[in-house]
Design a protein around this ligand. Sequence first.
Ligand code: CTP
Length: 399
Amino acid sequence: MHGKHILLGVTGGIAAYKSADLVRRLRERGAEVQVVMTRGACEFITPMTFQALSGRPVRTDLWDAAAEAAMGHIELARWADLVLVAPASADFLARLAGGRADDLLTTTCLATTAPLAVAPAMNHQMWLNAATQANVALLKARGVHIFGPESGEQACGENGPGRMLSPLQLVALADDELRPAGVLAGRRVLITAGPTREPIDPVRFISNCSSGKMGFAVAQAARAAGAEVVLVSGPVSLPTPPGVERVNVESAAEMLEAVLPRLSGTDIFISTAAVADYRPAHPADRKIKKTDDSLSLEMTRTADVIATVAARPDRPAFVVGFAAETNDVEQNALRKLERKNLDMIAANEVGHNKVFNCPDNELTVLWRGGRQLLPQAPKTQLAHDLVALIAARFAARGA
Ligand code: CTP
C-alpha cells in the first residue's frame, strides 16, 4: 500500500469509532489517508480524532471555501487510488445508489474514477430491508465493492447481519483492491466503442445501431484484468465502468483526434467502435429546409481509425479489430486483418436482429495462424473471454 492514496469516507453510524483504528492500520501499511466525513459522522466522532490519526485536515463540507481552494472536490476525487466508505450507513448507500451529490462525500464518489468500496454498518433490520438490499444490488451491478457486513451482536443489543468488518479485515480487502492483479496488470489498453455521428446539419446526423455494450464490457473486463483503461466512446447511454477513464466523442474525426495523442505508452488498442465509413461532405450550417424534391447528400470517406493507428510508428504492440459482417464472416474478417495490419480480429455476424443492442453475442476470433470460437454468451462473459485471449496472444507475441 506504500504511497497509495486512500480517501476514507466516514458516514453516520456508531461503527465510526472503528474507523479511527482503520486509519492507523492503513497508515501502518504506508498508505496516505484523506478522511471525508458526513455531517452524521461528526455526531459520532470528531474530525479532530481523524485529523490527528491521518495527519491531514479532515474534509466535511462541500461549501468550505478555504478547503476547496486547497484541494477542490474534483481534485480530491482524482487524488484517490481507492475510495473506501466505512462505515457506510443505509442513508449513504441510498444516496449513492440514487446518484446524489448532496454533500462532499457523495459528490466525490460520483466524480472519482478510482475503485469505490463501501463497508456497510447498520441495524440488521435496516440491512435486510428490501430498500437497502435493492440499493446494494444496484451498487454491486455498477461495480461498487461491498465489503461485508458481518453477522453478530450489534451496538443496539440485537443480533444479525449489519456489523462493519473489523479494521484489519477492511485493510486486507483494500489491499487486494489496490494490488495490481490479473493478466493485464501494468498494461495500458485503449478502447473505442459505440457508434459515431456524422452531421448533416445542426440537428441531423448519420449514425448506426451500435449500443456500445460490447466495447464497454471489454473495457470493464480489461480493467478487471488489471489494465489501465481509456475508453473513447461515441454517443451511448451507458455508465462508465468503474476505474475506467472515458473520453466522449461524436464523429469519426473526433474519435481519431482523441485516440492519436493517447497512443504513446499504450500496449493494446481494441477497436470495437462502429465507426461511420462515410460522412456528409458538406454539413450545412443551418437546418436544411424541406422542398418538394428529393434530397441527395454527397458523402465522403471518413478516416479509418484502426488502420491509421496500426500504420503508425508509435503503433501499440497489439492491435485488435472487430468485424461486423452479414455474410462470409471469416473470409471478410481475415481480409480486414491483413488489409488493416491487425494482430487479431473478432468477427461477428450482424443483421437479422443479431448483435446490435442485444445482450448476447458470439465471436470468431482470428489471428495469423490461429482461430478460436467464443460461443454465444452474454456480452459481459464474452468480453471477459476475449480479454483473456487478447492477454494470452499479447504475451505470446513474437514467441
Ligand atoms: N474501423 C475504424 N474506423 C473506420 C471503420 C472501421 O476504426 N472508419 C474499425 C472498426 O472499429 C473495427 C474494424 O475497423 O474494429 C472493422 O470495422 P468494419 O465496419 O467491420 O469494417 P470496415 O472497415 O467498415 O469494412 P467494410 O465496410 O468493408 O465492412
